[in-house]
Design a protein. Structure first.
Ligand code: UDP
Length: 416
């Protein structure tokens, strides 16, 4: 976690706080609005529960959000559930089934899941006025909700085509919550409890997104062995078929016929993921020995490198054929890059065709729009600026915080 300067208090007004650092990057009035909103829930004890302290988007956003909640006077705690390897295998199967991949879940697996939730209910401190329970792993903790507490089920996964039996099982717990929060409208389900839509967000002050000097970008690129001598086309994503890295290479080859450029495909190491390794092998084969294609395997801590690549890129692709939200899109747009993305999932709420990028459904489409932007640098620059403003107003962590506060206020209004 980055170190933030200490708060100082002048005449009762806090200055130099963490939240104040967001003043320069968020729309005017954001910080004041947050402070005013938070007064309604000042001193409230809030609990978050998920299944991992590090790794993955949920942990990342909690790490960034909690200090902001604290500064706003919300006493936010974070508990992490513990489970055996069998439990995590089961919840991985749940996850896949809920995201639409058929899985066989046995009665013992359901029972093991519930037993682990019961054990965690005894171990974890669930005492809070309001709790946000993240994703399916801890969902059955609702059995142990303290009397009077308001519990929110925060779903971060794609529930648009769940395997019915698994969803019915989970649903029987979800409907006992006071509300559910989904990340995209199409993920919402028929439920008899209030549902809220809250888009994910990026933190403009994190290492992944903060400003970098041109020298720092240059140094990072040198370290990665990517010359910055011609336009860079970039896709950052896991080596996963749904991210269509091979389609990006096909698009690059079409572009290359008329524009000299480099393609960088940056993704995580795939050693522990057999499917990732297979996709990586396909990508390597498709790339052949083209010296202008750079396939980079980055460790999960390579935030500054990804930041530098996104800043160095001329155009960023996210040519997914299926996508949850697609944080890489907001990350690139925040750096003033138009994004050419697959017309799927959350990409369609971020990429406004002709304004912040283009949505496509084929390598030919991706190449067509990339060439158009390379031919028209003025259009490219305007779209990049629009992309950044779009993210500033919709996809920054401060908006996320505002919406969480609004849900808490709504639920706790009668209770307090
Ligand atoms: N990411 C990363 N290293 C990689 C690939 C991706 O740090 O090698 C980051 C990326 O910058 C983004 C997140 O992982 O913050 C991926 O989120 P996204 O919603 O785009 O896709 P997901 O992987 O969740 O499907």
């Amino acid at each position: 976690m980055p170190q933030f300067p200490m708060r100082t208090v002048l005449g009762g007004e806090a200055v130099g706080g963490l939240l104040d650092q967001y003043r320069d990057v968020t729309p005017r009035g954001t910080v004041e609005f947050l402070r005013r909103l938070a007064r309604q829930v000042e001193g409230i004890r809030m609990l978050n529960v998920n299944s991992t302290r590090t790794g993955g988007g949920v942990a990342e956003i909690l790490q960034r959000l909690l200090p902001l909640f604290e500064e706003l006077g919300v006493k936010a705690r974070w508990e992490v559930m513990a489970g055996s390897e069998v439990f995590y295998r089961t919840t991985k199967s749940f996850h896949n089934a809920l995201q639409g991949t058929k899985q066989r879940i046995t009665a013992e697996m359901y029972e093991g899941y519930l037993e682990c939730n019961r054990d965690n209910a005894k171990r974890l401190d669930l005492d809070a006025e309001v709790a946000m329970i993240h994703d399916p792993q801890p969902a059955a903790l609702i059995d142990s909700r303290p009397r009077g507490a308001k519990w929110i089920w925060r779903c971060h996964i794609d529930l648009s085509t769940p395997q019915p039996t698994v969803w019915q099982f989970l649903r029987s717990y979800v409907v006992r919550y006071d509300a559910a929060v989904f990340s995209l409208p199409k993920f919402a389900q028929r439920l008899r409890i209030p549902q809220f839509l809250i888009y994910p967000s990026i933190d403009p002050l994190s290492d992944k997104n903060r400003e970098l000097t041109a020298e720092a970008v240059n140094r990072s690129l040198q370290g990665l062995g990517v010359p910055w001598d011609k336009p860079i086309l970039l896709q950052v994503s896991r080596f996963d078929r749904f991210k269509d890295p091979v389609g990006v290479i096909e698009a690059y080859r079409l572009i290359k016929k008329s524009h000299d450029c480099r393609l960088v495909l940056a993704g995580g190491t795939a050693a522990d993921d057999p499917e990732g390794a297979a996709v990586l092998a396909e990508v390597r084969e498709a790339a052949g020995n083209d010296p202008d294609i750079h396939i980079l395997l980055l460790p999960p801590t390579a935030h500054l490198e990804i930041n530098a690549l996104q800043r160095a890129a001329t155009i960023v692709f996210q040519k997914s054929t299926r996508e949850g939200f697609g944080l890489t899109v907001a990350e690139a747009m925040w750096k003033g890059k138009p994004v050419i993305g697959g017309a799927t999932g959350g990409i369609t709420v971020q990429v406004i065709p002709g304004e912040t990028g283009y949505t496509v459904s084929s390598p030919e489409g991706a190449a067509f729009y990339a060439k158009r932007l390379l031919n028209e640098p003025d259009r490219l620059a305007v779209m990049g600026r629009q992309a950044k403003e779009y993210v500033r107003h919709r996809f920054l962590i401060t908006r996320h915080l505002q919406e969480y506060l609004a849900v808490i206020i709504q639920l706790c209004r009668g209770a307090r």
